[in-house]
Design a protein around this ligand. Structure first.
Ligand code: SF4
Length: 383
């Protein structure tokens, strides 16, 4: 019997005849992104006579950001924290929107000190706030907070700053970084080496000797679930090795990961896509989007994978321009569609990608198959 409590993550097959698409069960806009977009447009509507600023990009989606800019919103920083508009230019009656990733405690205080109202249009996602609450709890229990995240990502910087408020905190980007930190847990390396290796990734007055005896792990909401699990397991084992299984509770907070529901659903759906017999995968999303890059990473395990931010990257039946996120550069691939029938394509997107963009990619590919069935016919078939 089907277990109704279990969600179905199996893909939908859209069979157009010469070309077939395996669509992920979950993809596209998440709650946090929809909410942030709605609030931003509302801020514009409600304040026609005021200057409206966004702390940084609303979400990692160029189309949405361009549209907001064309309506008059100005970005204060880019996603790496590079300042476009000096803080001094902000006046108390300006509107400042906090993006879905949240912001640091320091920036929030600075804005409040300038007399700016920051709560009215604060779009911080509740799932990000949940991570801050978890960090606070860990800090209050005297655990050092190990944040699995990308050190330059807005969300990780915000989480780091909120964590550092309640306890010692340090960021690890991946398993490799975790293993480096492990060397200090085991006392194999000196404090001087720590400050060099983890510069800018630890809270103020961090003392590696004192602060790595009792730890808990939280993560950026969009990391790869399996990697966060591996990192938490690694520190758990280290603490057992150092202090004995009977003392584990004293040294390691065994909590669940802090990934958000959208990341989990999108990643679970991607695992199901890996079960298909597709010839290639197309993943649509912003090139600086963390959650999209992890979907790409998973698809690459099985398929030639093309990470594109719009249908415009598909130049012709034989040429696609796509982003290599390992090298952080665009590349061109020829003959990306195999010369066979049917061609089977996995198609999915990240949490900051509108569904219409995925539709447009599908329609673009279908242009190359004039004998394909119509969209209406196929949609009627899947009901
Ligand atoms: S990806 Fe998750 S945490 Fe980020 S905005 Fe969407 S729902 Fe919120």
């Amino acid at each position: 019997m089907k277990d109704l409590r279990k969600q179905d993550f199996s893909p939908t097959l859209l069979d157009f005849g010469p070309v077939q698409f395996y669509l992920a069960r979950h993809f596209g806009f998440c709650y946090g992104v929809e909410n942030a977009i709605e609030i931003s447009y509302r801020a514009l509507e409600e304040n026609p006579d005021k200057r409206v600023f966004l702390l940084s990009q609303m979400i990692h989606n160029q189309e949405v950001n361009n549209d907001l800019q064309s309506r008059g919103i100005k970005f204060i920083m880019d996603t790496d924290g590079k300042q476009f508009i000096p803080w001094d230019e902000l006046k108390p009656d300006d509107i400042v929107i906090i993006p879905a990733f949240g912001t640091t405690v320091e920036i929030e205080h600075m804005l409040l000190n300038k007399g700016l109202e920051v709560q009215k249009y604060n779009t911080t996602c509740p799932f990000v706030e949940k991570v801050w609450n978890r960090s606070e709890k860990l800090g209050a229990e005297n655990h050092t907070i190990i944040i699995h995240g990308k050190p330059n990502h807005e969300e990780t910087r915000a989480t780091f700053s909120h964590s550092a408020k309640s306890g010692a905190a340090v960021i690890v980007r991946d398993m490799e970084d975790a293993a480096k930190l492990g060397e200090y847990v085991m006392g194999h390396k000196s404090n001087e080496e720590f400050f060099e290796e983890f510069a800018w990734k630890h809270s103020e007055s961090f003392d590696p000797t004192r602060d790595l005896q009792r730890v808990g792990v939280v993560n950026q909401t969009t990391m790869l679930a399996t990697e966060t699990q591996a990192i938490a397991d690694y520190f758990k084992q280290l603490m057992i090795q150092q202090y004995g299984a009977e003392n584990l509770k004293e040294h390691f907070a065994d909590t669940r990961d802090t990934l958000c529901y959208a990341t989990n659903d999108n990643q679970d759906s991607t695992y199901q896509l890996l079960e298909t017999d597709a010839d290639l995968a197309i993943v649509v999303g912003g090139y600086n989007s963390s959650n999209t890059s992890h979907i790409v990473e998973l698809c690459e395990r099985k398929f030639p994978t093309y990470f594109i931010n719009s249908e415009k990257e598909i130049k012709s039946i034989s040429e696609i321009h796509h982003f290599n996120y390992h090298k952080k550069e665009k590349q061109v691939t020829n003959n990306f569609l195999p010369d066979k029938r049917p061609v089977r394509i996995v198609l999915t997107s990240g949490a900051s990608c509108p569904d219409t963009l995925v539709d447009r990619v599908m329609l673009k590919v279908m242009e190359f198959y004039p004998d394909a069935k119509s969209v209406e016919t196929v949609l009627n078939q899947v009901g």
